[in-house]
Design a protein around this ligand. Structure first.
Ligand code: CA
Length: 233
């Protein structure tokens, strides 16, 4: 069940199979999803459903994504709705950026659902801090920043203070590979002298706490680079 106070996302995409896939993944991540199959429909839907964020494909029949974006930005009622623009290739993304449509973020096809969900959360956090500031989530891990409760699925996870800060650092940067030095700076602070193998010790403790039972490992070790929070560890 998705509560009606969850953010509503409007997916604008003419490829039905992609809409279905996005809906499935976004709803699994706790969002409500509305859809529009072309630019005209998108403009009407935005008026009707007042989404919290729009995922907007560039290549659409009739009115292009760029034009939709521009029109929304021109109207007082819609100009502040965050938009993530979807492009088919990196070159297109550069082109679209160059046109300065006013999108908040860009993502290139093909993208993983995890990446999109992370982008959506990041954009929402910037645009509407109240929507997501109290809670960090990735895959089945949730961290309540008010009560300091951490859960994996329904199970409560007990973490020491360092593991809590470490996990928070990862949750704020999902899927990104972080070096031991970056983790030391971010979690322990730049002025503290800690050996880099200390990071490994706390990663091991964090893993033990998170993976108790036979759950898949969410922390990926990237050889000679560092670690990443990932759902395919
Ligand atoms: Ca398209």
């Amino acid at each position: 069940m998705i509560a009606s106070d969850q953010p509503l996302l409007l997916v604008v995409e003419d490829e039905i199979s992609l809409v279905t896939m996005l809906r499935y993944n976004l709803e699994n991540a706790g969002f409500r999803v509305a859809e529009a199959l072309d630019g005209e429909e998108a403009l009407i839907s935005v008026e009707e459903c007042k989404p919290d964020l729009i995922i907007l494909d560039w290549m659409l029949p009739q009115v292009s994504g760029i034009e939709v974006c521009r029109r929304l930005r021109r109207q007082p009622g819609t100009k502040d709705i965050p938009i993530i623009m979807v492009t088919a290739r990196v070159e297109e993304q550069d082109q679209v950026r160059g046109l300065d449509t006013g999108a908040d973020d860009y993502i290139t096809k093909p993208f993983s659902p995890i990446e999109l969900v992370a982008r959506v959360r990041a954009v929402l956090r910037r645009a509407r801090p109240s929507l997501s500031a109290d809670m960090l989530e990735f895959a089945d891990i949730t961290m309540d920043l008010i009560s300091h409760r951490v859960k994996r699925g329904d199970r409560a996870i007990r973490l020491g203070p360092t593991e809590f800060r470490l996990l928070r650092h990862f949750l704020e940067r999902p899927t990104r590979v972080l070096s031991r030095e970056q983790l030391l700076d971010g979690v322990w602070g730049q002025d503290v002298y800690v050996e880099s193998r200390t990071v490994d010790v706390h990663i091991r403790r964090l893993r033990q706490a998170l993976n108790a039972g036979d759950l898949p490992d969410r922390i990926r070790t990237v050889r000679s680079s560092g670690y990443a929070l990932d759902d395919q560890a």
